[in-house]
Design a protein around this ligand. Sequence first.
Ligand code: HPA
Length: 245
Amino acid sequence: MADIAIIGGTGLNSLKGLTITHREMVNTPYGQPSSPLVFGQICGCSVVFLARHGSGHTIPPHQVNYRANLWALHESGVKKVIAVAAVGGIREDMYPGRIAFPDQIIDYTWSRQSTFFESHQDVRHIDFTYPYCDELRTRLIDGARLAGLDPVTDGTYAATQGPRLETAAEIRRLAKDDCAVVGMTGMPETALARELDLCYACCAVVANRAAGIDGAIITMDEIEKNLKTGMDNVRALLEHALPCL
Ligand code: HPA
């Protein structure tokens, strides 16, 4: 059984350095997850890896089957989930290439399947005051520092619907809501993890300045370039964090 799950986002469709033991394409009551579960060893840790957007990055954020993904990981027996996600930087200190560990989230998405508790027999209201697992966040932040990075240790993640990027006015509104970063996959993933009692933390990689922040148009070239550096940093921090988890 794996000790920990890693959900890879845009720019992290596979985990370099993972010695793969086996792959499993599982089915769940909610359908199939985005990709096979890839089990293996990395840095002395048993890990299960799932590519959120599919192995070939073909599933857009609003069509990810978040329930199947989280259910499959839970069924695999893990208790901890590290979710890697590309984001746009809203707050001044969220510059491209930087790694951040948000501590709050606001859901601006709509019409996604966002709960496991949808039957009349199972009305439950989870506590979600602090949406991320603080112990896991702390370990990841320590790992990032050991890797020589300068991680951002707080901030609110704005989860938007996508797949388009935001307008400058939308980002101004998110800034007024005190959001530090914006991404398209944080919800319902974070809430579903809590519904399953999983210890879940987000490792956000800033791919670009959010729309209108520096007046420039956002290009895919820029996003890809920054994600490449950012994901190399994620691998480095995982090397330091994983042995402690
Ligand atoms: N907005 C939303 N999601 C994102 C962005 C952004 O600017 N960059 C990377 N993912």
